[in-house]
Design a protein around this ligand. Structure first.
Ligand code: 3EB
Length: 331
């Protein structure tokens, strides 16, 4: 048993070289290892392969660790691991099991039940990987059906808009729905973006039921704070900006993230001033042809300190060419 990696904090998220994969998976303190390839799959209980292939940063793994040996469990279709302060859960469902709305509804219902059962009522961060997110089934885009199913399954009692998790919802070219999440006993602090209409207040043209996520969450884990930045795109107000202009979309995206960071710092004293100080980002890119220019541009804006993984994926609006999510861990 390898205990050299033992952490002294409740939750740590690191980016590590792929060469350490088997050590990481075998480490009893590991909660999850996030990896990327062409098909979503679970190769063993801790390793999540997300069906968005890496275009750069494929040598990096995202490793989640704790200072307690987590306990495993299964609840319906959810596989999860708990410590005394958090639950990390994951689900993988074949998209043959139904339409997007009913699958999403079933997934989010199970997650809510699990949270209730184990008393981890506060959802902090969720990742949703949906097959062919821009495809239309029965007149609705799949992302819209997903929004309807999610909205109907979660608790929307009075004040729910100020307790929403940070989220990512991204399209794969796969035939599985993959969801993984982090929930806790204590709430995080929700951050909204002053440049953007909150997603839960979007006009109904984007989805008949609004997307239930926050722009970011700051969560205190013991002595340490984490910032989880939701998937962020070239959206100002509620409208897509710079259609067909990848460089301009990237700038708009980063402007959104910088403002969000400033907001989070002001509200919680995080101690980070802009995106160049983030621990890591994932950039989801629709079109491989934009890769070189996007990376050049990104490095100019962020420098070399941020761990960067670029993933080939579809974005939830068909006019969006890219989206960025971010993570920061205060020291
Ligand atoms: C947006 O700002 C872009 O529905 O969970 C980003 C992150 C987006 C999460 C979600 C959607 C979601 O509206 C799309």
């Amino acid at each position: 048993m390898n205990t050299t990696y033992r952490q002294n904090s409740l939750l740590d998220i690191h980016y590590q070289q792929r060469s350490s994969l088997s050590d990481m998976v075998d480490d009893p303190y590991t909660l999850a290892v996030i990896d990327f390839s062409s098909q979503s799959q679970f190769t063993d209980e801790k390793r999540i392969i997300v069906g968005t292939p890496a275009l750069t940063g494929g040598d990096l793994l995202e490793v989640w660790r704790t200072n307690e040996i987590p306990e495993n469990g299964i609840f319906g279709e959810i596989q999860y691991r708990t410590t005394s302060t958090l639950v990390f859960g994951q689900l993988l469902m074949s998209s043959d099991s139904g339409d997007m709305e009913s699958m999403t509804h079933a997934i989010y219902q199970q997650i809510s039940q699990l949270q209730h059962e184990l008393s981890f009522e506060k959802m902090i961060r969720v990742w949703n990987y949906l097959p062919w997110i821009n495809r239309h089934d029965d007149g609705l885009e799949r992302y819209q059906s997903f929004c309807v199913g999610r909205h109907q399954a979660i608790d929307t009692s009075l004040g729910y808009e100020s307790h929403l998790p940070a989220a990512t919802a991204i399209g794969t070219h796969d035939n599985h729905v993959l969801v993984y999440f982090l929930a806790a006993r204590e709430d995080g602090i929700q951050i909204e973006n002053p440049r953007q209409v909150s997603a839960f207040a979007y006009p109904s043209k984007y989805a008949p039921k609004s997307p239930t996520f926050s722009r970011a969450v700051v969560k205190q884990w013991g002595e340490k704070k984490h910032l989880y930045i939701s998937g962020t795109a070239s959206i100002l107000g509620h409208e897509t900006r710079h259609v067909n202009q990848p460089d301009e979309q990237l700038d708009e995206c980063l402007n959104n993230i910088d403002i969000l960071i400033a907001e989070a710092d002001r509200e919680t004293g995080l101690g980070i001033k802009d995106a160049s100080e983030l621990t890591g980002i994932k950039l989801y890119l629709r079109n491989r042809d934009h890769l070189e220019d996007t990376i050049d541009h990104l490095k100019k804006r962020l420098g070399d300190k941020v761990n960067l993984i670029v993933l080939h994926a579809d974005i939830c609006r068909d006019d969006l060419l890219l989206e960025i999510e971010g993570f920061y861990s205060a020291r």
